[in-house]
Design a protein around this ligand. Structure first.
Ligand code: GCW
Length: 728
């Protein structure tokens, strides 16, 4: 009787509890983008059915921070993806175990005697194989190093997430590049230079006592795509970051990243011996300066034994450097390299230097300044070269230094954050842009001498290799501001791991991991992504135009601007429009920057008839009535390209709208809103550029190009950023 009575009273409580649980589950599942591509939501039912017997338990023998991370990631990941518990087990007690580790950590793996194969793949490489252990079919993920085992675990999860077969696995991978590094342009006050996704993830005030748990997720995300380094502070560096106080804070971050194989690096201000050490000079040949850096290096490595090294922006845009003391870049880099060498640290020296001397071509400056020093850099120095010779434009030809420094370890720098590409408002998938530079043929050792082969060391040799990406992450809940900008972080990691990976594959796997498995939707989203960069080039800077962005913040167009103190910060410097035509003559009759390329490349670019149309106005000043390949005049073609860019955004909006029922409502709405801004911006770009260039061409807009909506004066009055509060 009592029981019955009790039951009646307890029912409403049970209902309430169930309701609350469902409610919290729904809230927890908020699609705010925080989970990135590591969502681990249940896969389609038929795939769960296929995978289930092959993924029954997770066996990670041994203990260490990395092994614990592997165990947790695999158990969570498999449990989530397969819609039911995949327990952690101590040994192989059933078919379908997933066994992970190194020969050192795992007797099971040691027993397989894969030592030689594993050694050949190195501590970051891995094998994933379907084998039998004690008659039971299992999957083994093995590496010579724990980080490699972690990468293997993420690779296995990615196979599931991309619905790939896992029954007869024989995967063998190792990274093609050694340094796969994010460059954070984060200032110590929490602001991010060229950051569009909130504030810095590093809370310097709270460190080292409090380490934001979010840093673990940051490190996980990086490890999941093989990123193994993170430069914490802006290349426009404050010496403060090398002070004892800040080094302790950096050490706390390094501790949080270490289990995930992410090493920290710091940008070093070249004048730190003066600012921090009270020395009179930072001359790299001064013995006291050398000794100061050596002591600093010793101090750092005591706190952070696996510290990666220094990134240096020297004598560029007001930064101090060896040139200040009449020393060369090589002398500056080698002095720092000597301080780091005993600790196995590296110096990453940036090639982004340009001297704004009147009459110089900015695109030629880095080559002039650095190429003569080929062969003079110490063995632990890498030269970090931006993809193109100017500055992260929507399109640039590859940087001529890639084909011109055979005796130097050259690494590639790309910009993940979209400084010149619509910041966090425009959907622009950057893998195709990076592919374009990686696939560019420098002809340095005959045909086939691609930039990818230069940076992976296979063309010129070289012990150290790498690729850097200027990060697009920040404190925004979805990490990158635009949901699709996550795809650029992802793509950077995947390409740094394997610079041959097709953009299509990257787009496809990211879409499945991040949004949906619906085949129609995957197709449509991947198509939008793959077309987006070309579209941005069309509506911003078609046919080789560049640097037309609003001065300072670089959002929106300002082709008319000529008021910056340095001529090379003015758009008019780059487009050179006049009554005759448009474009920068970089051939013999102009700056002759084209001569910095190897002869076959140089000749192709220098000849108006063979120059690829996408670089036409980069290398040539072209008459308005010049007939381009379509048979149209330059002016008509230019106008139609701008229109094509706008039309593309309209089409993308429609395609996205059609996915309304397939993509979750929260992210669908957020992206839709951004796409509407992108359409407005694209039309704004078209109208202001065409109206302005028309003042030179004096020709009407061809049929098919919409009439402009405002007057040139109105476009000149305010930047898009000023009329738009949604971009932060
Ligand atoms: O792209 C330009 C940016 C600067 C940046 C510089 C660089 C960190 O406008 O903000 O400074 O390049 O790469 O050093």
């Amino acid at each position: 009787m009592f029981r019955e009575h009790h039951r009646e009273r307890i029912w409403p409580i049970i209902c309430l509890t169930v309701f609350l649980q469902l409610f919290t589950a729904a809230v927890a599942k908020a699609e705010d983008g925080y989970r990135l591509w590591l969502r681990y939501d249940p896969l389609p039912g038929e795939m769960i059915g296929a995978y289930r017997p092959r993924v029954t338990s997770v066996v990670v023998q041994g203990r260490s921070a990395t092994l614990d991370a592997i165990r947790a990631e695999l158990a969570d990941g498999c449990t989530g993806l397969l819609g039911g518990p995949v327990p952690v087990a101590g040994g192989v007690d059933r078919a379908g175990a997933v066994v992970v580790g190194t020969p050192q950590s795992s007797p099971l793996i040691a027993g397989l005697r894969w030592g030689r194969r594993l050694a050949a793949l190195g501590p970051e490489g891995f094998l994933i194989r379907s084998v039998r252990l004690g008659q039971r079919p299992v999957t083994v993920i093995a590496s010579d190093g724990e980080t490699g085992a972690l990468y293997g675990a993420f690779h296995f999860l990615r196979l599931l997430q991309a619905l790939q077969p896992i029954d007869r696995l024989d995967v063998s991978q190792k990274p093609r590049l050694q340094l796969r590094v994010l460059n954070h342009w984060d200032n110590l006050d929490g602001q991010i230079e060229r950051g569009y996704a909130g504030r810095s993830l590093w809370d310097w005030k709270a460190l080292p006592e409090t380490v934001d748990p979010r840093l673990r997720d940051y490190a996980r995300a990086n490890a999941s795509v093989g990123i193994n380094g993170s430069v914490l502070n802006n290349v426009n560096a404050s010496a403060q970051s090398l002070s004892a106080d800040y080094l302790r804070k950096t050490a706390a971050i390094a501790d949080a990243f270490r289990p995930y194989g992410v090493r920290v690096y710091l940008s070093a201000r070249f004048s730190a011996p003066v600012e921090l050490g009270g020395l009179k000079t930072a001359d790299p040949l001064d013995p006291e300066v050398k000794a100061w850096w050596q002591r600093k290096a010793d101090e750092i490595y005591k706190l952070i034994p696996d510290f990666g090294g220094f990134l240096v922006k020297a004598n560029s845009e007001g930064q101090p450097g060896p040139r200040t003391y009449n020393r060369s870049h090589a002398e500056g880099a080698n002095m720092l390299a000597a301080a780091l060498a005993p600790h196995k640290g590296v110096v990453i020296w940036r090639a982004f230097v340009y001297d704004p001397k009147p009459g110089d071509d900015r695109a030629a400056a880095a080559y002039d300044e650095l190429q003569p020093f080929d062969g003079q850099f110490a063995p632990n120095v890498l030269l970090q070269v931006k993809n193109g010779p100017v500055d992260f434009q929507p399109r640039e030809p590859f940087h001529p230094l890639f084909g011109a420094m055979p005796k130097t370890q050259v690494m590639l720098e790309v910009q993940i954050t979209q400084e010149y590409l619509g910041q966090s408002n425009h959907l622009v998938f950057l893998a195709p842009m990076w592919r374009e530079v990686l696939d560019s043929d420098t002809h340095a050792r005959g045909p086939g001498s691609t930039v990818a082969k230069v940076i992976d060391g296979s063309l010129f040799g070289g012990r150290l290799t790498g690729m850097a990406g200027v990060a697009n992450t920040g404190s925004d809940r979805n990490w990158t501001g635009h949901h699709f900008a996550q795809g650029n972080w992802y793509a950077f990691g995947r390409l740094a791991w394997n610079p041959d990976l097709p953009s299509r594959q990257i787009a496809d796997e990211w879409t499945r991991m991040t949004f949906t498995h619906d085949p129609r939707a995957v197709e449509s989203v991947a198509r939008i992504m793959l077309e987006s960069r070309e579209a941005a080039v069309d509506y911003m800077t078609p046919l080789g135009l560049h640097h037309l962005m609003w001065a300072g913040h670089h959002y929106g167009p300002q082709p008319w601007w000529d008021k910056e103190p340095s001529p090379v910060w003015n758009p008019v410097y780059y487009h050179r429009a006049d009554a005759r035509g448009l474009g920068f003559d970089r051939t013999k009759t102009g700056s002759n920057a084209v001569s910095q390329y190897q002869p076959p490349v140089r000749d192709r670019f220098a000849d108006l008839d063979t120059c690829p149309e996408k670089f036409l106005l980069w290398f040539h000043h072209v008459p308005w009535d010049w007939r381009v390949r379509s048979g149209r005049t330059l002016w008509d073609e230019l106008a139609l390209r701008y229109q094509r860019g706008v039309d593309w955004v309209r089409g993308a909006r429609k395609s996205w709208d059609d996915l309304g029922g397939v993509i979750d409502a929260e992210r669908h709405a957020a992206v839709a809103k951004k796409l509407s801004v992108q359409e407005r911006d694209a039309a704004w770009w078209r109208d202001s550029c065409l109206l302005y260039f028309q003042t030179f061409s004096q020709r009407p807009l061809p049929p098919g190009v919409e009439q402009t909506r405002r007057t040139l004066r109105e476009y000149m009055a305010k930047s898009l950023l000023d009329i738009d509060a949604t971009n932060h």
